[in-house]
Design a protein around this ligand. Structure first.
Ligand code: HEM
Length: 133
């Protein structure tokens, strides 16, 4: 019998690897562009989402347990410091989380994996808050 612990797939593997992480991030920013309910979140971003798309993809690869692409290119993410130029309150946090949840659903991530990832996304998004409201 294989040992369940050592054979446990990472979220990166379970989600479907590089192609699936890329698809998730593309869907996330496509939704941010087109859904009025994410307007406050969109407004925090620059007119072009190109660099955000690239960097979130690189970051999530490592964050999900796959290759540390972001760290290899840019070093330690220092996520909270890098988000300080943007006013992020609970509205922006909640829109980020809602947008990500929809992207997970839309790209076919299994429900149990999405349910496992959402609290971890919450922790990270909540830690990025830097204004009241
Ligand atoms: C809480 C709400 C959030 C808001 C409003 C927000 C907004 C932004 C904005 C405006 C940028 C700059 C994009 C650009 O380069 O043009 C950015 C960068 C980034 N965000 Fe967020 N973000 C949020 C949460 C998160 C979370 C939860 C993660 C990770 C799970 C994340 C990961 C990143 C990464 C990796 C970058 C690139 C950092 C860099 O190298 O400059 N963000 N974010």
């Amino acid at each position: 019998m294989p040992d369940a612990e050592s054979n446990a797939a990472t979220p990166y593997e379970r989600i479907g690897g590089d192609v699936a992480v890329r698809a998730l991030v593309e869907r996330f920013y496509d939704l941010m562009e087109m859904e009025p309910s994410y307007a406050r979140l969109r407004a925090v971003h620059a007119p072009s989402l190109a660099s955000a798309r690239e960097k979130l993809y690189l970051f999530l690869s490592g964050w999900l347990g796959g290759p540390q692409l972001y760290v290899a290119r840019y070093g330690h993410p220092r996520l909270r410091a890098r988000h300080l130029p943007f006013a992020i309150g609970s509205t922006e946090r909640d829109q980020w989380l809602a947008c990500m949840h929809r992207a997970l659903v839309d790209t076919g991530v299994p429900d149990d994996l999405a349910a496992q990832l959402m609290p971890a996304f919450f922790q990270t998004a909540d830690w990025m808050r830097n204004v009241e409201g």
